[in-house]
Design a protein around this ligand. Structure first.
Ligand SMILES: [Zn+2]
Length: 136
């Protein structure tokens, strides 16, 4: 039995910072940049599963910052394309600015990652999950 919310929809919603269950832009509290809602105001999906659930998003954020920003700066320095001073300034500023810029997306990507692997945990998919079909 196919899911109501497919993995493709979960990925699309995750990449655009939307609720994986209903697709509304309700992950973060209105008027705030960094405050995540505990649950989706539109559908009630619990966004923070457990305490520490979003530690993974911080690791993801750190990994992306290192891989796509700090390593290229290091390579530019090692190939003598930029000086050590410029590399230090870029790395120092980038190590602060890039994680801040990725904060919202990394939370959404982490939530997306969870539901891509466990789409049956979405409330919208529960009725159609194997063994829980209402028509049986
Ligand atoms: Zn929702």
């Amino acid at each position: 039995m196919p899911f109501k919310v497919t993995r493709g929809q979960i990925v699309a919603r995750g990449l655009s910072n939307r609720c994986p269950n209903c697709g509304n832009r309700t992950l973060f509290k209105k008027g705030t940049l960094f405050e995540l809602n505990r649950e989706c105001p539109a559908c009630g999906l619990k966004l923070e599963k457990d305490e520490g659930f979003f530690l993974g998003s911080m690791s993801l954020n750190y990994g992306i910052t290192v891989l796509f920003f700090l390593v290229p700066v290091l390579l530019l320095y090692l190939f003598s394309l930029i000086s050590g001073l410029v590399a230090s300034i870029l790395a120092g500023v980038g190590a602060i600015v890039v994680p801040v810029l990725l904060y919202r997306s990394s939370r959404s990507w982490w939530l997306m990652n969870y539901y891509v692997f466990l789409p049956q945990h979405l409330p919208a998919n529960r009725a159609t999950a194997p063994g829980e079909d209402e028509n049986i």
